[in-house]
Design a protein around this ligand. Sequence first.
Ligand code: SF4
Length: 350
Amino acid sequence: MANTYDKNDVVLEVRDLTKHYPIKKGLLGKAAAYVHALEGVSFDVHRGETFAIVGESGCGKSTTGKCVLRLVEPTSGTVTLDGEDFTALSGEALTRARQKMKLIFQDPYSSLNPRMTVSDIIAEPIDIAHTYKTRAERDARVEQVMQAVGLDLTYKYRYPHEFSGGQRQRIGIARAIVLEPELVVCDEPVSALDVSVQAKVINLLGELQEQYGLAYIFISHDLSVVKHIADTVMVMYLGHTMELAPKQELFDNPLHPYTQALLDVIPKIGHERIQDKKILEGDVPSPTNPPKGCCFHTRCPHCMKICCERVPEMHEVGPEHTCACHLFDKDLSEEDRTPVAINAAVAADL
Ligand code: SF4
């Protein structure tokens, strides 16, 4: 479902986004430690683009989405929406800017108010924003959006419990687009749905994107879904960006050892068994005590001495393709390149 979009038409600019959650202890509630959820993440999203963020659970992908929407306040960094510094806004200006960015939740079961009718759920954002002057205009907009997402108009006065998971997700999508946002953050929007329903919801997102020129930040742990829907993919691990590339380039030519390991475990079409897969050794380290140097070094089969000491920069490794790995650092000494066994690297961290 990859799209063509204007690479000069940037809707969202994220720069050095960082989020540290304090772990408070004692009577005074002083911060005893911090969860390093997000570390200096930067990317652009273009109008009409689907920008996917992938990685294992706890990698920071959902925190990125929440910080972009300011559902949680970032510790530092900027989010610029349509040229306006969204992170600096407050009061009415923030409420107005929020109309341009919406969220589709992961769980269509718990994200809809069970006491509200479908019509009121979908209309809630326009009711809050007071977008329409008359009830008739508001109802007409609700009906227009219901039709756009494939919901029968006879469902208007029904309640969420009367619907299947796929239909509930359509209601959630209708609510997200009713204000005609520029960007929608889709946080694992199909992971709670049956596989047969997933494809329908993904196709619907594609149709809406084409119709309204929407940009999506598509957060997912499922690379098969991402392969279908994304234009650009950012791979995250322990709050850091590991690799960023156009979708086809990333799947054809993954260069970061973590991306390679992630892609290795996707079943290939026509192969019943996953062949030659390299399963990652060890667990993801704790974000309260992340490893020094490259945060992936405790699990990386290519770990070198420098990897345990210095955080790698993002290196340009191809057209629009960047990768945070010392393997692409041309200025390393022979000593820097000394191989380190993974177990030894883990031991050095303990
Ligand atoms: Fe592996 Fe070193 Fe690259 Fe990190 S910087 S991914 S440890 S080779």
